[in-house]
Unconditional design. Sequence first.
Length: 74
Amino acid sequence: MSALRPGDITDEMIQAMDTAKRQGLQKDLRALAANIRADAEGRYDSAEPGWRSGVEWTLRWIENIAAQLTEGRP
């Protein structure tokens, strides 16, 4: 296997790698949100006031960040 030389890595390759990283992070964030949602289900009724709104705010924030990762990108 030969070593990489300047110019071997194209702009398209860099863009594809960046897109793959963003999509991976987006998937991880959405999995985190799903886990939080599943753990929170059934706890709303017995939780202290404000707990439910805090969970819902957190879930919206995570989804917003996940959506921004690929927004306007190929």
